[in-house]
Ligand binder design. Structure first.
Ligand code: RP5
Length: 168
């Protein structure tokens, strides 16, 4: 069995649709991950127990996704020295601004690397986790370089398409 390198924690199963592109990115980069639902507020004991197992199981980075008064990333960061990446989910009437502030504004000593709100932030969480892992994985580092080249190639292509459509 492949041991997961990235642990993804969702505050609720209702957050699952927001992270689909994140999962595709991790899979495209061939990164083994595990996915768990645990709530800082509704299941604090479960969240604590889960955080306590991460290091001994070989996990190298944590991605915590939660909306509203989102304390999940901060609570996980309180229980581990692994890097914790927080994704504020836009699930509340405040469209994620509440989650952005509650995920990012951590007290000194307990950092959470906070992404942007929603799907965009979730995708960037996958890339940041990959960049952390790539420090000790040369093959993954090359896959990340290839990914960046793909992004740049797409811009060139879009530029050509736009110019062509304007000249048509
Ligand atoms: C947060 O509250 C979850 O992360 C989710 O974004 C939001 C709503 O959760 P549900 O009421 O849909 O379970 O804790």
């Amino acid at each position: 069995m492949i041991r997961p390198k990235v642990a993804i924690v969702l505050g609720s199963d209702s957050d699952y649709p927001v992270i689909q592109d994140m999962l595709k990115l991790l899979e495209g980069l061939d990164i083994a991950y595990e996915l768990t639902v645990s709530s800082a507020h509704r299941s604090p004991d479960r969240t604590h127990r889960y955080a306590a197992t991460l290091e001994e199981r070989g996990v190298q980075a944590v991605i915590a996704c939660a909306g509203a008064a989102a304390h999940l990333a901060g609570v996980l960061a309180a229980y581990t020295i692994l890097p914790v990446i927080g994704v504020p989910i836009d699930s509340s009437p405040l469209n994620g601004l509440d989650a952005l502030l509650s995920t990012s504004m951590m007290p000194v000593g307990v950092p959470v690397a906070t992404m942007g709100i929603g799907k965009m932030g979730a995708s960037n969480a996958a890339i940041l986790a990959a960049q952390i892992l790539a420090r000790s994985d040369a093959a993954l580092a090359q896959r990340l370089r290839d990914y960046k080249k793909l992004l740049a190639d797409r811009v060139e292509e879009k530029d050509r398409e736009l110019k062509k459509s304007r000249n048509a």
